[in-house]
Design a protein around this ligand. Structure first.
Ligand code: F6P
Length: 362
């Protein structure tokens, strides 16, 4: 138990890592110390630290010099749902009461959870059980409702766009079809943004099931018009019309058990068969989650982090800091996690892409 009379907040990062998490931890911690005179506890490895009492106090110096660093120095986990916690006997247990008791023992007057859909859904359930929680949205998938952008997305778009730019070289030199598989389980934002920014010829997203005949037709048409290469950008969660996503494995104790991967190979094989052209696949994988955050993500993390800290200091719990237009606002945690935000097939970006000749293969 603590002896101090200062208010104390905790901060944790849950789910998959992404660029900008350290910037957000820094913003929460510095604001807590400088603006509100609060103390800060860093919870290790997401909800693991809350259940297993792994934490340390964070000073101003601890969060100095980390703005530009990728990953999260607190650690993260996407297999640590306190309501369904993995145990040695292989049977998951509901340890949410223990997590809440531990937060009390740590002397937390509030907890800032930085996470995506899985982490913030758990945060909302813990909040309903009495834990005082504020959320900050992050995920390279950008699929959280109630915010225009999540921390990490912009950096991942830059990584994927650079990869598409580089793949153009081999595509042009060798007259090949280059298929690039990017992340995005249920939402195709990353494929859409990087595909448009990188000038992808065909973009395939989970929200628009693809017709392989349309993919092949576009490749062949381009060839006939002297463009002897094509770039296909596909989200890992894409599926053919009437078909299914390609599931690589299922991680039972994860907040979102499905792990995807392989749709790029399938498309490349099919394209080779129907066009006779050579097709190659590049799967970007976790490269998209790595590296230094972009200036946009550093700004977003700083703005969301300082705002979320203010919410916690004022006792405004059950809320998430969100970007709406140019403003940072508070939205209900519930609204953020009720359903994910997917790409509307009629989205203006899709319209623009079609206007410049991009195919979505529907
Ligand atoms: O949700 C973020 C994300 O990067 C998804 O795009 C991807 O499907 C998933 O996480 C991969 O998770 P893991 O790192 O556990 O394989």
């Amino acid at each position: 138990m603590r002896g101090s009379v200062k208010k104390r907040i905790g901060v944790l990062t849950g789910g998959g890592d992404c660029p900008g998490l350290n910037a957000a931890i820094r913003a929460v911690t510095k604001t807590a110390i400088l603006d509100y005179g609060m103390e800060v506890t860093g919870i290790k490895d997401g909800y693991v630290g809350l259940v297993e009492n792994k934490y340390s106090q964070l000073s101003y110096e601890d969060v100095s010099g980390i703005l530009a660093e990728g990953g999260t120095f607190l650690g993260a986990s996407n297999k640590a749902n306190p309501f369904n916690y993995p145990s040695a006997s292989n049977k998951s247990k509901d340890l949410s009461d223990l997590a809440i008791d531990n937060a009390k023992e740590m002397g937390l007057d509030g907890l800032v959870c930085i996470g995506g859909d899985g982490t913030l859904s758990v945060a909302y359930r813990l909040y309903k059980k009495g834990l005082k929680i504020v959320g900050i949205p992050k995920t390279i998938d950008n699929d959280l409702r109630a915010t225009d952008f999540t921390i990490g997305f912009d950096s991942a778009v830059i990584t994927a766009t650079e990869a598409i730019d580089k793949l153009h070289t081999t595509a042009q030199s060798h007259h090949r079809v280059m298929v690039i598989e990017v992340m995005g389980r249920y939402a195709g934002w990353l494929a859409l943004y990087s595909g448009v920014a990188g000038g992808g010829d065909i973009i395939i997203i989970p929200e628009i099931p693809y017709d392989i005949k349309k993919v092949c037709k576009r490749v062949v048409d381009r060839f006939k018009h002297g463009k002897r290469f094509s770039i296909v950008v596909v989200a890992e969660g894409a599926r053919p019309k009437g078909g299914r996503m390609v599931v690589k494995k299922v991680v039972k104790d994860s907040t979102d058990p499905v792990r995807l991967g392989g749709i790029g190979n399938r498309i490349a094989m099919d394209v080779e068969k129907c066009t006779g052209l050579e097709a190659r696949v590049t799967s970007l994988g976790h490269l998209q989650r790595g590296g230094s955050p972009s200036p946009f993500d550093r700004m977003l993390a700083t703005r969301l982090g300082t705002f979320a800290c203010g919410l916690a200091a004022r006792g405004e719990f059950g809320k998430m800091a969100a970007l709406k237009g140019r403003d940072i606002v508070a939205v209900g945690l519930k609204d953020a996690v009720t359903s994910i935000r997917r790409v509307d097939p009629k989205h203006p970006i899709i319209k623009s892409a079609i206007s410049v000749g991009t195919s979505f293969a529907f």
